[in-house]
Design a protein. Sequence first.
Length: 407
Amino acid sequence: MKRFLTLLVLIILAGSLLAQNDNLNQRSIKQKKYLQKIPYKIIDEHLIVVPVTINGKTYNFLFDTGSSFTISDKLFKELNLPIIDQKGVMDAEGSINEMRFILLPLLQLQKITFINTLGFVNHEEIYDSVNLFECFEIDGTIGSNMFRNSVVQIDEQNKHIIITDDFKKIATKKKHYQALEMELTKIGYPILSWVGINKGEQQSSDTKLLFDTGDPSLYTMRLYAYDWFNENMDIVEIIAESEGSYAWGIHGLFEKERHIILNIPEFRICGKTFYNIVIPTTNSQISRIGSGLLKYGRVTLDYKKKRFFYEPYDDINTDELSERPLAISPTWQNDKLIVGIIWDKSLEAQINLGDEILSIDSINIENISLCDYMKLDVFKKSVSDIKTLELRDIKTGEVKKIEIKRL
C-alpha cells in the first residue's frame, strides 16, 4: 500500500457502490470505432485525474473503475441539470443514503463523445461541512458504467489511459497475455474472478474481487475471506487486529468496526507473484484490487469481452509492499483529527480512541482544516518509522506526548 493511513480511502469516491439501479448502464459512445490516448495526472499519490470537456469547458474528473459516473454538486448547479430520479445508494461499507440521479447530454474525453450519460450528484458536504471534491478541485468521477462496450488500458509509467472499441488495437503480437475472467455487475463494475493466496506448498485463492482504482491499496481482503482462511488454512499472518474507524464512504464516516492488518506470503495475479505484502481488511462484502497494482504493471480491462490483463513492468522494486503501518490510524471528527484505531495494544494504557491529535513531529495541526491536512505528508508511508504525537486526552483533557513506531 502506498498510504495505509490515508483519509482519502473511499471518501469522495463511490468505492464499491452497489446502487440498485440498472439504468446506470444506459451509456452511449457516439463513435463506433475509436482509439484514444488520454493523459492523466496523479493527486494524493494514487487518484487518477483526467481532463473532461463539457459544453466547451474543461473540468477535472477522477477516473475510478470502482465508481459510477458522478458530478459534483457545484457542477450540477453550474450545468443546471434536472434531477431525473432520487434513490438510495449503498457505499463500500453498506451505508445507504438518497442520491440525486442526472442525465448529462454530452461529455468529451478527448475525441471520444459520450451521449446521455446517466449518473448521480455527489453530496454537497460529505462530512463535517467539508466538500472534498473542492479540496482537490475535482468536478466529478468517470466510472465503469461508461465503458461496458470498450477496452480500457491504464499505463502508470507513461501516465496515460487508452480507450478503444477493440482489444486488437492495443495488443502487441510479441506479448504474451495471461487473462483473468472478469464479470460486470448490473451497473458495470469490474469483478475479477480470482487471485492466488499462497504460502509455500499451500495454495488457495480469494474470489470475486472488485478492481477499484479509487482504493490506494494493491489488495484489500474482505473479512469473510480472512475468517475462512483463518479457520481452514495456515496461510495468512495477523500483524495487528483492532476496532475503530479511519475511513469514509460517500455518506460519511464509517462506524466503529473490526479491522485487521495481514501479511500475505505470496499474492498472485495474472501469473505475477508479489511476496510478503502487508494488506488491510475491509468490512465490505467484496475484496478489492486497487490502484496500488498500477505502480508495478500495465492493466487492461476488456469490458467488452469480460477479461482482465496485467503486464508487469521490468525491474520494479516492490519492497514497500512489505512495509508495516504505524501503531495508530487517525480519523477526522467534529473538525478535529483524532485517534481512530490503535493497532499496538501496548499503547492502550497511554492512548484512547478519540484522543485529539494536536501535532505530529512538531507540526501543529490543532486548527488545520481537513483539506489542508490531507495535503500534508505527515502520515505518508516512507516518511519515517517513528513519529512523535502531541495528544489531548479525551477523558481528562490532559495534553501528552507519545512516540509511535511501525508495527
